[in-house]
Design a protein around this ligand. Structure first.
Ligand code: ADP
Ligand code: ASP
Ligand code: MG
Length: 440
């Protein structure tokens, strides 16, 4: 059995959905097809939620109307027969009625999650109507019946496995299953989600749960590129990467893959393929346990980083100093990305500054605390990169005019990270593209 996940742009237009139907019927291997919401929908739902949170019902109502009109227009082009159109219309009515009802309810976090779930519910139901119209046999299996997360928002892989097996057993005669990415049920039994971009994570968890032959992530680009194509003009697709290698750019900003989606596939040894819906014949990127080659493969950038420097003469030869500092971050459930030390100070970075004021307050007794907001981590990734000759030299040579704030080398053998002010990001990515890949 294989998993095929299609992202927002892959289902965002009626003609794209028609293509997806062709792609999933190309071979006879049983498959679970995981869909995102139509591109733009989750953003619109977030905006509706924000309006409701601000008690701006008129604004929310307008936003709901615009979104509903988009869906009406979408199905007119997606479907042909009167019967299919009637089913699709009633699906749209049902979900937009729900959105209109919540206009009258007071806003809560649980309601927010319910709102965000509408996108994937709509896309999968409408796709199912299209498959039926085309006479393509399939079963629509609700993710909310098997995708569960615990109190710490961690997926319960054991229970997902059991529940999914039972569901598949109930549809023994089917070979094509459609389900929602992104959405899940939490420990309280409420509708929840796997965070923005989480459909990749859903696909990988499902792949792990059914021990799939492959987890295919279909998107709008032909695989993981060597540099961020949104920033740098000339980039090329990487043919093969190991899970360890792929995890680094995924975590450090390459949007193509949700960072959490690596571990389930890696742990359960399911190969992941990144493929392009617009160009299905392109080779894409294969991610397995094997790296394929040694040396620099990819550069990724993660914005929104805050650097924290704690300077203290007492650190000199003091054991237990770092533990005390780390405990402050642990207490405030804030994870640390980069860290560098010297005898008189330690610098570290965080990407979530929600609890920063409280953290600063608790760090102050240890020494002087300095904060630099608006930083960017640029990661240079590749198999055994730290053992590759002259990489550091090439990096520093390429970036001679860039104010580098921190460098992390040797944390793993496949990542070198540097911290720079965000306004140098574009220049840094371009310079490294030339210096490390010879791509102008
Ligand atoms: P989907 O909607 O299919 O989940 P996303 O928009 O989440 O797609 O991810 C695909 C996008 O990721 C690409 O369109 C590209 O702009 C962006 N991206 C950022 N960094 C990279 C990279 N290194 N390689 C490929 N794509 C990248
Ligand atoms: N629709 C969700 C989002 O936009 C999940 C996803 O597309 O992966 O974040
Ligand atoms: Mg995505």
């Amino acid at each position: 059995m294989k998993i095929m996940k299609f992202g927002g742009t892959s289902v965002g237009k009626p003609e794209r959905m028609h293509e997806v139907a062709k792609l999933i019927t190309k071979d006879a291997e049983p498959k679970i097809v995981v869909l995102s919401a139509l591109s733009g929908t989750t953003n619109s739902l977030v905006e509706i939620s924000v309006s409701l949170a601000n008690a701006d019902r008129n604004m929310a109502k307008q936003q709901i109307e615009i979104l509903e009109a988009h869906y009406q227009n979408f199905i007119d082009q997606l479907l042909k027969t009167a019967a299919a159109l009637a089913s699709a219309k009633s699906i749209i009515s049902e979900h937009f009625e729900f959105l209109n009802i919540i206009l009258k309810i007071s806003f809560s976090e649980a309601l927010n999650k319910d709102i965000l779930a509408q996108g994937e519910l709509l896309s999968t139901k409408l796709f199912s109507v299209y498959l039926t119209e085309q006479g393509i046999d399939h079963a629509l299996i609700p993710a909310l019946d098997f995708m569960t997360i615990d109190n710490d928002d961690e997926p319960q892989i054991g229970s997902i496995k059991v529940k999914l097996a039972q569901i598949l057993q109930r549809h023994k005669n089917k070979t094509v299953f459609i389900t929602q990415g992104f959405i899940s049920r939490n420990a309280k039994g409420e509708v929840d989600n796997l965070k923005r971009g989480g459909s990749d994570y859903s696909a990988s968890l499902i792949a792990a749960a059914v021990n799939a032959s492959v987890c295919e992530i279909w998107t709008d680009i032909d695989g993981m590129h060597n540099n961020d194509p949104r920033v740098v003009k000339k980039t090329v697709a990487i043919e093969q990467m190991s899970f360890e290698e792929a995890a680094e750019p995924a975590y450090f900003g390459a949007k193509i893959l949700h960072p959490a989606s690596i571990w389930p596939a890696q742990f359960y040894k399911v190969p992941v393929k990144l493929l392009n819906t617009m160009q299905p014949e392109a080779r894409g990127t294969l991610i397995t346990e094997l790296a394929g080659s040694v040396g620099v493969k990819a550069i990724a950038a993660k914005d929104g980083i805050t650097a924290i420097k704690i300077k203290s003469s007492r650190m000199l030869l003091a054991y237990g100093f770092l533990r005390k500092i780390f405990e402050v971050f642990e207490k405030h459930r804030t994870s640390i990305d980069m860290i560098t030390t010297s005898e008189v100070g330690v610098s570290l970075t965080i990407d979530n500054d929600t609890n920063l004021p409280a953290i600063i307050k608790e760090l102050e007794p240890f020494g002087t605390v300095e904060i630099d907001a608006n930083q960017t981590i640029v990661s240079i990734v590749g198999n055994e990169i730290t053992e590759t000759k002259d990489v550091m030299q090439q990096i520093f040579k390429s970036l001679s005019g860039i104010p580098i704030r921190m460098v992390s080398y040797g944390g793993s053998s496949h990542n070198i990270s540097i911290l720079i002010p965000k306004n140098y990001k574009v220049q840094t990515l371009q310079l490294l593209n030339v210096g490390l890949f010879g791509l102008e």
